[in-house]
Design a protein around this ligand. Structure first.
Ligand code: KG4
Ligand code: ZN
Length: 353
């Protein structure tokens, strides 16, 4: 089965052709256009701007990914390329998958309405996909030997959630952030320190420069028994520190980055491994942009040894950690629940059933 998948929940416009043979998922083509440079200038995403970029990019990205899936060179003649893409969609694609939520309403609508139109015109089944579950399912792109039951940890710019999966279809939400997501806190702290946007990668690089840390921040809710998180208090603590110590030098900024990264990682690792012990699983799947952080992986390794746990922590390949359409296709292929296009709507606050 071959699927055209579409992702437009935030500031990335993604289209992918994804195929399943046996249990394994192959990404035939995957294109992501990002409007991140535009948002870097404003220090964060302005939803109206993100939606306008989605409108500009959606058709060129879909056409390019369809052509690439059949190794067809683009001619540069828009009419000819569209004609060729139409043919591929008609003859080679079995179904269409689209992110229906959660996300920014303007951005989501672009993908959802495009997918509904294509489903109607080409008479293809349409599969709506929960963007958050897809972040976890991105792990199945690299591996078809993932064992259930498992714990999923979504750590992205918009979300921090812990889930228990009994199988592909049966899952339970264990807890999530009560305020800012982990990535969002890093980005907002980055803004306080005048770092690049999004700040996660720069915070990781700066933290590496600190061999003997002198500073520490509170790791929020680390002593709380449940599986909820909170990161806005950390942001406030850093803000107070920055206000007290105006004109920070580079080394002080590195110290802050180290302490912030540690506070975030410590609570993520602690709560995920408590879920591992409570639900007796041997696999943890990470997903979302923060899961590329190498220190997060090192801390997991260290704690797993210390607690003598038999558990593997996996994360998707880097290109499938941040928003992309291949992960939407992977979820659609594995769970495969088509819905009549008339019943599909963009749901900005879609969460877990
Ligand atoms: O998954 P994603 O694209 O966001 C949403 O779908 O919401 O992830 C973006 C987030 C940003 O907050 C960014 O700062 C963070 O992932 N990030 C990182 C790293 N690379 C990206 N955080 C920590 N360390 C990194 N290396
Ligand atoms: Zn995402």
């Amino acid at each position: 089965m071959k699927i055209l998948a579409i992702e437009t929940s935030c500031d990335e416009t993604g289209a992918a052709v994804v195929e399943k043979t046996g249990n394994s998922i192959q990404v035939v083509s995957n294109i992501t256009a990002t409007s991140i440079a535009l948002h870097a200038a404003t220090g964060g995403i302005i939803p109206e701007n993100a939606a306008r970029e989605q409108v500009k990019m959606i058709l060129p990205v879909i056409v390019s990914t369809l052509l690439e899936s059949e190794k067809t060179e683009q001619t540069g003649n828009a009419g000819k390329d569209f004609e060729e893409a139409n043919k591929i969609l008609k003859e080679k694609i079995d179904a269409i998958a689209v992110t229906h939520g959660p996300g920014l309403i303007g951005s989501l609508l672009v993908g959802v309405e495009t997918a509904k139109t294509l489903s109607f015109i080409f008479n293809k089944p349409l599969i709506p996909v929960n963007h958050l579950l897809a972040h976890i399912f991105a792990n199945f792109i690299s591996s078809d030997k993932i064992e259930f039951p498992l714990i999923g940890l979504i750590v992205s710019g918009g979300h921090t959630d812990l889930l228990f999966f009994n199988s592909l279809n049966e899952y339970r939400w264990l807890g999530g952030t009560r305020d800012d997501a982990a990535g969002e806190a890093l980005d907002k702290i980055g803004r306080l320190l005048n770092l690049s946007y999004p700040a996660g990668p720069e915070i990781e690089q700066r933290a590496k420069k600190i061999a003997k840390p002198k500073l520490s921040f509170t790791s929020p809710m680390i002593y709380d028994e449940g599986f909820d998180f909170s990161f806005s208090g950390l942001k406030a603590e850093v803000m107070r520190f920055v206000q007290k110590n105006n004109s920070l030098n580079e080394n002080q900024k590195n110290e802050i980055c180290f302490a912030v990264q540690k506070a975030v990682i410590d609570v993520l690792v602690k709560k995920t491994l408590s879920a591992v012990e409570k639900y007796k699983v041997r696999t943890v799947l990470l997903g979302g942009g923060v899961s590329t952080n190498q220190k997060l992986h090192k801390e997991f390794e260290g704690k797993i040894k210390e607690l003598d746990l038999n558990v593997h922590v996996l994360s998707p390949k880097k290109q499938y950690t941040t928003d992309n359409a291949a992960m939407i296709g992977a979820h659609a292929l594995l769970v495969n629940k088509p819905v009549d296009w008339r019943k599909i709507h963009a749901i900005p606050d879609l969460y877990f059933e």
